[in-house]
Design a protein around this ligand. Sequence first.
Ligand SMILES: [Zn+2]
Ligand SMILES: [Zn+2]
Length: 148
Amino acid sequence: MTPNASTSSTGPARHAARCLCGAVSLDATGPSLWMAHCHCGLCRRAHGAGYVTWVGFPATACTIHDPTDALRWFASSPGAERGFCSRCGSPMLFRSARWPGELHLARALLTTPADREPQAHVFWDAHVDWARPDPQDGLPRKADTASG
Ligand SMILES: [Zn+2]
Ligand SMILES: [Zn+2]
């Protein structure tokens, strides 16, 4: 629960990310919107991980570089799609009608520092016991993402 005294430095935020093989990359200009650990079962399965840390950007701030047309979108639930690199298989992106205008990027793909730290655990009601985050991390555990 110790608040971090050093807040992120202000300035022209620019984020860059890429998949494992580099065929697909992304640039985002301006600040991110939020960052959160998602414990939903869809993320867990899609990423093969206990939970997935996402960072949200305005879709208009993002530029996707995909010169070999490797990016594919899988409709994982009604109104929602997950973007992945068809060359190396990296799960990369999420977009949904539930969060219009946002593009969610797997935080692990960033090659630049992030402008914020994770702020919450979401879909905590779906978390698994074998991948518990630090109980002392001080972050709220939200059953859903109702507060946006
Ligand atoms: Zn790739
Ligand atoms: Zn999820």
